[in-house]
Design a protein. Sequence first.
Length: 317
Amino acid sequence: MKKLIATTAALAITASGAFAADIALVIGSNQDSFWNVVKKGAEDAAVLIEARGGSLNILQTNNYDNYGADLATLIEQATAQGVDGIATVLPVPDAQLPAIQAAIDAGIKVTLLNGGGDRLEESGALNYFGSDEYVAGVAGGKYMAEAGATHILCHIQIPGTVNLEARCAGVEEGATAAGAKATILRVPANLDGDVAGTSAAIEAELNSDPGIDAVVNLATWAADASAAAIEQLGKTESVKLGTFDLSPSTLDRIKAGTQTMAIDQTPYYQGFLSVSTLAAHIDFGTKVATQPVLTGPAIVDSSNIDATFAGVEAGTR
């Protein structure tokens, strides 16, 4: 029945003669599974976009080695293709803003997602869909401190990336406000995605400072690395683990009691809303009144882990 209603609605929209927006979604590395949930949201939004005669083209970087420049290149590519709208992440504003401005000057509408919300006005984009990274970090740091952590290690896998730096700055603020201490560990960017190398780096920090009793990672693969380091040192009971974002292994550890929490920014909504509202603005002139549109943070812990599993299985969390 639901499929019939959706199909009927799609046919009605097509028959109405509405404009047909061609949208480009510019996001991070195709080697990073986090973006699969963002893509799922965008692809679901594309069902209606395509029913109106429009299209969605998803453009991703190959890695994070030259992240800002690579994203700028993809934005320039989408502009050259003559799309009507671009939904893009903005983790490295200095590298990306000129390309975004050039797209806007060419008459292309832009929305931001996932990172860069603090540069929304400067970017000229219509809206931002994502978490406030600093606020999310504050929530995470406060949660870990209230759970008993006294010294939190916050790991940044790509130093200088605006949203990652904001996350750890928030963790530090939240921990401090709750009476704990936080230390920020910035590792070389070439360790991004390197579970073994990152695990060794985390293990070295835990060895060098026995007072560290909690680790917060900014990506789920990094939480896997920290979990391995903590287990290797035999500190599963004494070192708490938290991370931004969700993955099957993260949720399994929370369920098993070997990870304290995860901070969910609901990336499905980021992909769905950034694309669907952009297309609707182009096609119908509509605009979301709320600015920015925050999709997080939401803390996942033992109290809500079972409901969260259902969303992960559906590809929406």
